[in-house]
Design a protein around this ligand. Structure first.
Ligand code: HEC
Ligand code: HEC
Ligand code: HEC
Ligand code: HEC
Length: 365
């Protein structure tokens, strides 16, 4: 048909049909917006209320355990094989066992980790993992207050009532370029939900959340000779940023004043919290998850035999603060390093996101 013969209403219909096809990949209005920067900076968070419903449902805190007495005999004196929680009163210890069951294995109960005939027995790998998980959780709460503040984390933050947390990552199997007619995909162009199905590199994690490659790609000087970052590094950085935004359910402006992505001054304090979060995840993966490689059975490992590792989604699960900031740690003193340390921490928070960004921000390379 000659285009001249289409009437103007025909064109309109064609246009409407065309845009309908194009927009199927978009989210439909109405959207909610929340301003988080000065007026005129365009720093606005856009929320889709229909997606938020699911995120809100996934981030409901569990019922707190009944309060227990910190007085009385210590678990270390009463039980036979207590290596991490010996300082707790028997009341606090029993409370924590009940909470851990609710957070990690509500269906199987105590026997998920215990040999029912002898609770002191260490024969189940789940008990060995759990002992390290207790240490990891204490480390997060005691040493990473510059990220988790006094809100802290419990087993529930990652597990949400499941033995295996919903969001973990493994090393991807390298593409068999020789046998693959598509050609070398350069570790990208394979949509991964962890980076919001972008055609960006699908594994920013090995470089930035296990390895410690610098996340600096913007030029700091005028001349290109001073600019060292490659296109590949830049794309991988964007991939990590996409993962971070998606895990927290936020836009880039939640952490950046977008006139300059590299500049720390004038940016939201959340970027400093995120900076510490990146270091925290690196440390937890290297010091807590990797050493557990031999403890896990093969069916819990990745295709390359590596252990499951953490990223931002493991705790955040779509919320800007995991479980929308519900302070669960206060009900589980056993997961703060020590009760006394916990009490000090609860009354006098000294660091955290309020710390001056300039002081906490690293020098650019
Ligand atoms: C997610 C794993 C897990 C679950 C579920 C769990 N426990 Fe434990 N339990 C442990 C770990 C780990 C230790 C050792 C703690 C340590 O070394 O400080 C332990 C130790 C114990 C001990 C001390 C045994 C001894 O003599 O050394 C008792 C008693 C106990 N648990 C009771 C329970 C009860 C009752 C339940 C169910 C309500 C339960 N646990 C559920 C992981 C678990
Ligand atoms: C920061 C996130 C995080 C926290 C907090 C956390 N875990 Fe885990 N946990 C993991 C990851 C990741 C795995 C490995 C998942 C896999 O096997 O694929 C895991 C695995 C486990 C397993 C082995 C499960 C299985 O069936 O193989 C147990 C048991 C466990 N955790 C108990 C706990 C307990 C108890 C706590 C609280 C004291 C806790 N975890 C806190 C992330 C976490
Ligand atoms: C949750 C906070 C957060 C979000 C959301 C976020 N970023 Fe970042 N971004 C950071 C932090 C922190 C760094 C610095 C990391 C470091 O130095 O280790 C950074 C670094 C960068 C850099 C490198 C800057 C330089 O100095 O070279 C670019 C570019 C960037 N982000 C772009 C983006 C884009 C694009 C988005 C949205 C898709 C985004 N960021 C979302 C926190 C965030
Ligand atoms: C071990 C669990 C855990 C992991 C993993 C984690 N976070 Fe967090 N994050 C928290 C907790 C808990 C808070 C809430 C702290 C508070 O109440 O101030 C938080 C708060 C934040 C905030 C501040 C939000 C605000 O409005 O003040 C940012 C930004 C953030 N996280 C970014 C990240 C990024 C980026 C990653 C991945 C590199 C990450 N987090 C990984 C537990 C975690």
């Amino acid at each position: 048909m000659n285009p001249k013969h289409i009437t103007s209403s025909g064109w309109l219909r064609l246009l409407a049909l065309g845009s309908l096809v194009l927009l199927t990949a978009c989210e439909r209005p109405p959207m909610d917006t929340v301003q988080n920067g000065y007026r005129g900076t365009g720093m606005v968070q856009v929320y889709n209320p229909r997606i938020m419903e699911g995120v809100i449902e996934a981030n409901q805190p569990p019922a707190p355990p009944p309060p227990a007495s910190p007085e009385g005999p210590k678990a270390g004196d009463v039980y036979q094989n207590v290596k991490v929680l010996g300082h707790l009163s028997v009341g606090d210890f029993t409370n924590l066992m009940a909470s851990m069951t609710q957070w990690v294995a509500p269906e199987k109960g105590c026997v998920h980790c215990h040999n029912a005939a002898n609770f002191a027995d260490d024969s189940l790998y789940t008990k060995l993992v759990a002992r390290d998980m207790i240490k990891m959780t204490q480390t997060i709460n005691a040493d990473w207050k510059n990220h988790v503040s006094t809100t802290g984390v419990t087993c529930f933050t990652c597990h949400r009532g499941e033995p295996v947390p919903k969001f973990v990552w493994f090393k991807p199997v390298p593409q068999n370029a020789g046998a693959d007619f598509i050609g070398n995909k350069m570790r990208q162009n394979t949509p991964a939900s962890s980076v919001k199905l972008a055609s960006l590199p699908y594994d920013p994690f090995s470089s930035y959340l296990l390895g410690k490659e610098p996340i600096r790609v913007a030029a700091t000087k005028a001349l290109p000779t001073d600019h060292k970052a490659s296109i590949a590094q830049t794309e991988k950085t964007y991939s990590l940023m996409t993962h971070m935004s998606a895990s927290l359910g936020v836009n880039c402006t939640f952490c950046h004043a977008t006139q300059s992505f590299g500049k720390w001054e004038g940016g939201p304090p959340q970027r400093v919290t995120a900076y510490h979060g990146i270091r925290m995840v690196q440390a937890l993966n290297n010091e807590h998850m990797l050493p557990l490689t031999d403890t896990f059975p093969p069916n819990r490992k990745g295709e390359l035999g590596d252990v499951a590792k953490l990223n931002c989604a493991t705790c955040h699960q779509g919320a800007y603060k995991p479980v929308f900031g519900a302070p669960m740690l206060k009900d589980s003193p056993g997961l703060a390093a020590l009760r006394t340390a916990f009490e000090k921490m609860a009354t006098a928070p000294t660091d955290g996101p309020a710390a001056a960004p300039a002081a906490a921000a690293p020098a650019t390379q």
